[in-house]
Design a protein around this ligand. Sequence first.
Ligand code: CA
Length: 619
Amino acid sequence: MLKVNVSLFNLITLLIFGLIPHQLNAQSYVQGEVIVKLKSSPQSLQTQQFFNKAQRQNQLVLKNSFSKMKMYHFAGKPGQSVEELISDLRKDPNVEYAEPNYFVNKKDLHGLEQTYTADEIRSLSANSPYLTTGADIHVTEVWASVSVNETKPIVAIIDTGLDINHSVFSDSNAVWVNQNEIPNNGIDDDGNGYIDDVNGWNFVHNSGYMLDDDGHGTHVAGIVLSVGQDIFANSIEESKINIMPLKFLDAEGVGKTSDAINAIYYAIENGAKVLNNSWGGPNYSGALHEAIVYSYEQGVTFVAAAGNAGTDNDYVPMYPSSYNVPHVISVAATTDLDYLASFSNFGHSSVDLGSPGVFILSTIPGGGFGSSSGTSMAAPFISGVAAMMLVESPEMLGYQVKEIVFNQADTLPQLNSKLATEARVNAQAAVQFAKSSVVTTSQPNYSFTNEDRQLASSLAGGGGCGMVAKLYSHMSNGGGGTPGPGGEIGAWYIIVILGIVSLPLMFLYYLRSQLPEESRRHQRFKIDSEVKVKIGDKELIGSVSSISLGGVQLNTDALLEKGSIVTMMISSPDGKEQIDVNGHIVWSEQQKSYGVQFERTTESLKEKINRWSKSLKPT
Ligand code: CA
């Protein structure tokens, strides 16, 4: 009963705060850039007029166009903020939506955990984690049962790139080759818009030259390949699939939504059947959502990592994993013992199934091997399974692939109420079932609607969210600006709305006061002090704006990986004392900021925070 109340509180709080348009977070999108969707078709007069105005009058620079989707990626004039750009564009009746170009990042936990040379791995391979684990997903049976087919299904690895010269990929002929492109002639031979794209495309450096300056993509690609064959074998066999590397994450593992969209279109136009997405971010993007809907219509399988914050995606979504397009497979990480990994995101309605994601051994750039953890490592097992199903049944659509993977997964009681299938993947069962299945040629209808709450509310005419949004924008303009069609908003109106909004909050406050002390959330206090944060071998300085016995709210311009383990040195408000504490990075959707949750609240930590908080105000 207690549990129900607490989660009810979280749910309703989220619902209430979800109605209030959140301030855009300066660190979560590319400065000066927007993605715009028009209502008019590319050749129409209205589109011509829009472009004339955008380019001549407003000095927007077109960076990219997805004209088939009526979407355009622009940079504003120097110094113009994204908020200004979006607010200007939304006034244009021909604009369906305009949104920031959000950053996303890779979803491994903390890079490589341990590395091995090729020789070392061969002596070890009999003990490699995913072969001897209690969580046997039955890939060795798949190795034996599936043979090389004439056409290899193409798996796009939308990631940090690929070391195409790693012997595992080069000796097995696994790397996709664009047969219609002549290497290094400086000509776009196949007319697909990319010059010398022989093995895929590098969207970060805008080049056909493929590299992996991070290691994440190479690791992910090795896992995909490992479902079909032994990647640790002395002499590697011919691959059953092709890997198409599409690099859009940089050396830090950070990428732009615009490049992710580019990569998804490239993958589909160039024949990929499975798209592996071991990356994500907290921000909803209509443009990315539409690209994924397009990929659904093309019949591909879209696999996405659920995220590594250890949080519930039903309440705090992680995109692209949380787009509810029917072919998206959202993957959580499970351990050797088939439990949900402590860092893995979950969600009874939004995260689909589990797959091994702890200490996974795979390829790393330079020819060696290494282990890594994260939902980034769990997703590619599913992509590998989907690819093997397509070797057996090449015409199968993404929706059917997903259904079979779900139905053939091993149900586990410990995943009850955590994942939609309550199961962990079984590679052999899924591939076997696909082999004997009749291919269905239709998929359920799914049509795109923009789910951006902020956009929906700012465009809505009257009641509901729209009313709160209007009020909010009016208040944040200091009451100035041009009155809307509804006229001036009187003070009484503000009081009525605030009353309506605060009623459920008061009720919740009452509910909380009925809970015993220990189950209440820690009281938070406002604080303004400096903090030094150490993440791996990186160190950054930020500030802390609130503190409780459970953690702090962290302000920094750096992009941080959710779930990362950090060491902090927090200064007291007077700068005379310090707290040294370990924790992990969490993301608050309401605050649009990072937080650090303490790993352990020791007695001395408790004593210091309690003492400091005597001179602080509660939030
Ligand atoms: Ca080309």
